[in-house]
Write a protein that binds this ligand. Structure first.
Ligand code: RM4
Ligand code: MN
Ligand code: MN
Length: 394
């Protein structure tokens, strides 16, 4: 790598913060079974502690996304939560209301035909915004399980109208500087229609909600072979990309570690962001968040792996010769343009990343350092008696 490429990598990594999901440290599973881990976190303090380990070793994860029902069921005392996070070297990040677990959401939340349930859901989002305000969190991320399983059972247009109402109401609760992120998912748990099935619906709903609403792209929430980087490019152009939920998938919402199936896809997404920044001279205002919960892998291990893979792919995207790429595109030099991407993707950026880590006083290999640290052994001993008791979903 040239000194200039190394500098690009270092600058990119300096600006690349990745939010960790609290639920990724807890016992979660599949809908068929759950293999509990004695080291799994149960309390919010344990989740901050585990996230703090990931941040201490990678230097890239200063915030932790919280799920209101799982982490702050009583609303939480903001000062206490802040203090706990600080104690572990992290901060509360995006706030995720839970609009899918309460029995009353059996037939939906914002789209429920029962006005009382819709009101309940709106109240929960309003409470979640208040929590976000108290915790100084910028983003409130909304994911809905709403939808239907059988043709004819739901009034799709009516539900769309209820969603607009609900989202407007939620948006009106935001305080200045906060954002509402609208996530989409094509299926599961609803299998005939979901109320926010794709990025187009999320975009229209975010626009209807108000000026501080943006779209959240969960990389696992697409049909097979969908061109996610094109969606990203369009949302950037529309100034409507709010953030990501990182994970990988082979079939559906598999929650696999980022880049484990298709690292080139992740690279292409990062490239679209870097190209946008190159052409506009603006930094994309995008929240990078992980949404993975591992049933089989060690949870902290998997999180460190995800962060290091994300950094590697982000660094590769940072060294694309973008001017040469744009020139080749203009000349319709197809092989030339494609080669610019492939060259960057196949460059071994790891030495440059190690140098960046060393300059920051971080371990050269965060995963190896984690294995050496004895942290898992310690928490396994400490938590083994209560770890079975806490599990969030599935
Ligand atoms: C959903 C979606 C949401 C996440 C829940 C747990 O599939 O990805 O973002 O909060 O799972
Ligand atoms: Mn998600
Ligand atoms: Mn998901």
């Amino acid at each position: 790598m040239t000194p200039q490429q190394i500098a690009h990598v270092h600058r990119a990594l300096d600006g690349f913060a990745i939010e960790l999901p609290s639920w990724g440290f807890a016992n979660t599973g599949t809908r068929f079974g759950k293999f509990t881990q004695p080291a799994a976190a149960v309390t919010i303090g344990e989740k901050f502690s585990d996230a703090g380990q990931v941040h201490a070793l990678t230097g890239a994860c200063p915030t932790v996304a919280l799920h209101v029902l799982w982490d702050l069921p009583e609303g939480g005392d903001a000062a206490g939560v802040h203090a706990l996070a600080r104690q572990h070297g992290v901060r509360p990040g995006s706030i995720n209301p839970n609009l899918f677990q309460d029995q009353r959401y059996k037939f939906g939340s914002f789209g429920n035909p029962d006005a009382e349930v819709r009101a309940l859901a709106r109240r929960h989002v309003a409470d979640s915004v208040a929590i976000a305000t108290a915790l100084e969190s910028r983003d409130v991320s909304l994911w809905f399980a709403d939808g239907s399983n059988y043709p004819g059972t739901a009034n799709i247009r009516q539900r769309r109208a209820w969603f607009i109402e609900g989202l407007r109401d939620s948006h009106a609760r935001l305080t200045p500087g906060q954002r509402l992120l609208v996530e989409y998912k094509p299926f599961e748990p609803a299998f005939y229609h979901t109320d926010i099935a794709d990025w187009g619906m999320a975009l229209l709903l975010a626009r209807a909600a108000g000026p501080a609403a943006r779209v959240l792209v969960d990389t696992g929430h697409h049909y097979q072979s969908q061109n996610i980087e094109q969606i990203v490019a369009w949302l950037l152009a529309e100034d409507m990309l709010g953030g990501f939920h990182f994970n990988d998938r082979k079939y559906a919402d598999d929650d696999l570690t980022l880049g484990s199936i298709d690292p080139y896809q992740v690279f292409r997404i990062f490239h679209e962001i870097a190209l946008f920044e190159h052409e506009t001279g603006r930094q994309a205002d995008v929240a990078f968040m992980i949404d993975q919960s591992h049933n089989l892998k060690g949870k902290i291990e998997a999180m460190i792996q995800t962060v290091t893979v994300a950094q590697e792919l982000y660094a590769k995207a940072a060294i694309v010769d973008r001017q040469a790429l744009l020139d080749a595109q203009t000349r319709c030099d197809l092989v030339g343009a494609e080669t610019r991407l492939q060259d960057a993707f196949s460059t071994d950026v790891r030495p440059a990343i190690v140098a960046w880590r060393q300059a920051k006083g971080l371990p050269a290999d965060p995963l190896a350092a984690f294995h050496r640290s004895g942290y898992v052994e310690r928490i396994t001993a400490e938590r083994r008696h209560h770890a079975q008791s806490g599990s969030s979903y599935a």
